[in-house]
Design a protein around this ligand. Structure first.
Ligand code: FES
Length: 104
């Protein structure tokens, strides 16, 4: 079980980049729920952000790729608009244990 960070360090409607064991991940919290994805856009297989920890659109409704603007639903990673529409971000299995986000 690999601990990533404290769950409470990710506030509602915010996102955070996490690196662990050579993996590049993003964590997002929406309506109190945490989501974890690989930080790789399905369009070009490159990281989603230009600015550290900023993965959300201005309304904080979607995860946004900074390169070509694809928008992904936070809840399931589905791309709803952009060059990779209908593709998904890759979800990462995790659990919160003793207040820490841990890879399952
Ligand atoms: S690299 Fe993400 S939309 Fe093109």
């Amino acid at each position: 079980m690999t601990a990533l960070c404290a769950a409470e360090s990710i506030e509602d409607n915010s996102s955070k980049g996490l690196q662990i064991d050579g993996r590049n991940l993003i964590a997002v919290r929406k309506r109190g729920q945490l989501y974890l994805y690989e930080n790789s856009c399905p369009h070009r297989s490159i990281p989603l952000e230009w600015v550290p920890d900023q993965f959300l659109d201005t309304d904080k409704h979607y995860i946004q790729c900074a390169t070509h603007g694809a928008l992904f639903r936070i809840e399931d990673g589905l791309c709803i608009t952009g060059p990779c529409v209908d593709d998904h971000l890759t979800a990462v299995a995790f659990e919160v244990r003793d207040g820490m986000i841990c890879l399952s």
